[in-house]
Design a protein around this ligand. Structure first.
Ligand code: IPE
Ligand code: IPE
Ligand code: MG
Length: 254
């Protein structure tokens, strides 16, 4: 009797991006100030990074603060930047030991010079790590990112260093803050909201979307596992027809 054919492992997304939403509602439900929700959200970040490494995910992008979140009251913005600084200081060594390489995307110039220096230092200190690429999106907005890319391309064309007739999707993507990173395969949003809120609009063109009702501070390994299992059940077609990739074409165009 011949051995049964090996069952391929379920596909794990190479790049997972998460819109971590619901900290404020979590705090309200527990009768706590919003800052407590954000603090608890940091615990969920820890759990999620560990679980992602366990699944062999190569890239994990976390939406921590949007360009539009500057519209929040100054006390909340201060709480969030304080937490970020605290997170970097307390976790960097552990992240580095776990083989995590940190990347920051977003308008980092909007932060003060000392936080900017800490972000650059964290990236430099983890630059040789290869286990998990952790991308933190800070003051990130996809429309601003796309407009900036367009401006840079226009400037390069004006300066004569880029031939505008060569600009295609690959060249455009190389001018985004995510240049060199793979596109996300799976985008997860927590808290039951079903929108992208200006997150990775270019990069997520063909991402699978999973919405989880959990509020971000309640998110953990089980939620990530369910999202990955849901991803494994999806059929990604990228505009082509379902079925075997080598199906013969019908003919020469319409
Ligand atoms: C997500 O939680 C964290 C950030 C946007 C910084 P929220 O603060 O948006 O929480 P809700 O949506 O008000 O519950
Ligand atoms: C999206 O959440 C931004 C982050 C998770 C950092 P928001 O709470 O800011 O999004 P909206 O305002 O509900 O769309
Ligand atoms: Mg929210």
């Amino acid at each position: 009797m011949s051995a049964p054919p090996p069952v391929p492992p379920p596909p794990v997304p190479r790049h997972i991006a998460i819109i971590m939403d619901g900290n404020g509602r979590w705090a309200a439900r527990h009768g706590l100030p919003r800052a407590a929700g954000h603090r608890e959200g940091v615990q969920a970040v820890r759990r999620t990074i560990e679980a992602a490494i366990g699944h062999g995910v190569e890239w994990l992008t976390l939406f921590a603060f949007s360009s539009e979140n500057w519209r929040r009251p100054v006390e909340e913005v201060t709480d969030l930047t304080f937490l970020l600084r605290h997170y970097l200081r307390s976790e960097l060594r552990e992240l580095a030991e776990a083989g995590v390489r940190l990347h920051i995307i977003g308008e980092r110039d909007r932060f003060g010079s000392s936080l900017k220096a800490e972000l650059a230092d964290a990236e430099a200190r983890t630059a040789a790590n290869r286990k998990l690429n952790l991308v933190i999106a800070l003051s990130y907005g996809a429309r601003a990112e796309i407009a900036t890319a367009a401006r840079r391309i226009a400037e390069a064309a004006m300066a004569g260093t880029l031939d505008p007739t060569t600009v295609d999707e690959t060249i455009f993507a190389a001018h985004l803050s995510t240049a060199g990173m793979p596109d996300p395969d799976l985008v997860i949003r927590t808290s039951g909201e079903q929108r992208l809120s200006n997150f990775l609009l270019w990069q997520a063109a063909y991402a699978e979307l999973v919405f989880d009702d959990a509020l971000w501070p309640d998110f953990g390994a089980a939620n990530l596992g369910r999202a990955i299992a849901e991803y494994a059940r999806r059929e990604r077609r990228f505009g082509a027809r379902p079925g075997p990739a080598d199906a013969p074409p019908d003919g020469e165009g319409p």
